[in-house]
Design a protein around this ligand. Structure first.
Ligand SMILES: Cc1cc2nc3c(=O)[nH]c(=O)nc-3n(C[C@H](O)[C@H](O)[C@H](O)COP(=O)(O)OP(=O)(O)OC[C@H]3O[C@@H](n4cnc5c(N)ncnc54)[C@H](O)[C@@H]3O)c2cc1C
Length: 326
């Protein structure tokens, strides 16, 4: 079995968890394995049907009152109990903040190796192999994990979720897990949203990022205007812009910010330092706007506009308005 940890936010399954489930389904088909989905803590009953439709044969619901709020310690204990019972060949997580927190803890508890932030999963000789970026995205390495289960976090927006199957049925197994008193030393008390209904930069399909070339915080309004026109888009930023206080850290893309892989990444006034590229070079299409034709961002860009962003952005806005009005 390939087991997938399913992350729930505000009652809904995270898209990146469906992506991990989709990839587990494709690899399971090659290995002749089944796919299980693990829901930890309270989750609405209707979610099981969605997981069956997206490729899970079984949904495991792990229950204990101490799992009502997320804690890496509690969730890892619950997942370890499930892994000990099922002995899956692999456990997949989405490489979200929660997945990155939880997967290494589970791997350590089990005493097994893990591969993090994978961008490709293959199957060879009855086992999986994982490809992941190293040296801030300068190179890729493919690793085979000798221990079992093979634990991996999968980078969001890289893997396709399975198309929903209508009428798919599966089995739900409810397991009460034992969590010793005092096992949970810390829990998430509250999740603060930065503002309104903004989409997280790591989940957006289009990211428009600004750097020091924007000259000041007020000019991020130009990027927000573009984002208002493009559906499922978000505004990102380089660390220089964030460190200057022009925009919040939750928007930072890069080695010490978020990793994004949108369908379209527009870098505006960003030079393309290696630490920035580490967070966005797996984007499907990259457009760069920069007045310096030698800027390193052009080396990774699919389309480059050499020019002054203060002239380019208004023209781009007009064209986008026409495009999305059609
Ligand atoms: C340990 C470490 C971690 C780091 N982590 C990150 C990270 O997570 N994310 C990150 O982004 N950086 C990170 N950095 C910083 C990184 O090295 C760069 O300093 C930073 O990315 C540069 O930001 P920038 O491109 O906005 O600014 P700059 O490098 O100053 O580039 C500004 C660009 O704007 C262009 N420009 C200026 N005016 C205009 C105009 N009018 N029209 C068009 N173009 C214009 C310029 O030609 C230039 O290319 C990290 C650094 C370290 C040491």
């Amino acid at each position: 079995m390939l087991l997938v940890f399913i992350e729930i936010r505000e009652g809904k399954i995270k898209k990146s968890s469906l992506e991990a489930l989709g990839e587990a389904g494709r690899r399971a088909a090659e290995l002749g394995a089944t796919v299980g989905a693990a829901l930890v803590g309270p989750a609405e009953a209707g979610l099981d049907a969605e997981l069956f439709a997206r490729g899970a044969a079984r949904v495991y619901r792990l229950e204990n009152a101490l799992l009502a709020d997320y804690s890496a310690q509690g969730y890892a204990l619950a997942l370890k109990a499930l892994v000990d019972a099922l002995l899956p060949a692999a456990v997949f997580f989405a490489a979200t903040a929660m997945g990155k927190d939880l997967a290494p803890r589970l791997a350590a508890k089990l005493g097994v190796a893990m591969a993090s932030d994978c961008t490709k999963v293959g199957a060879a000789g009855g086992r999986l192999e994982f490809t992941r970026p190293v040296y801030a995205g300068k190179a890729f390495v493919t690793v085979a994990l000798k221990s079992t289960p093979q634990i991996a976090t999968l980078r969001p927006n890289i893997f396709a979720p399975a198309a929903p199957r209508t009428g798919a049925a599966g089995e739900t197994i409810v397991k009460a897990v034992d969590i010793p008193g005092g096992a949970i030393g810390g829990r998430v008390a509250e999740v603060l949203k930065e503002s309104g209904e903004e989409i997280d930069v790591a989940e957006a399909e289009v990211v428009i990022s600004g750097g020091r070339g924007l000259k000041g915080p007020e000019n991020f309004a130009m990027l927000k205007d573009l984002s208002a026109i493009i559906p499922r888009s978000a505004v990102g930023a380089s660390r220089s812009a964030v460190d200057s206080g022009w925009i919040g850290h939750s928007h930072q893309v890069g080695q010490t910010g978020k990793t994004v892989s949108p369908n379209l990444y527009i870098a505006v006034g960003i030079s393309g330092a290696i630490q920035h590229l580490a967070g966005m070079s797996s984007s499907k299409v990259i457009v760069a706007v920069n007045k310096d034709p030698e800027a390193p961002i052009f080396k990774v860009a699919d389309y480059g506009i050499v020019g002054d962003l203060f002239q380019v952005l208004p023209a781009l806005k007009e064209e986008l308005k026409k495009l999305y009005a059609e």
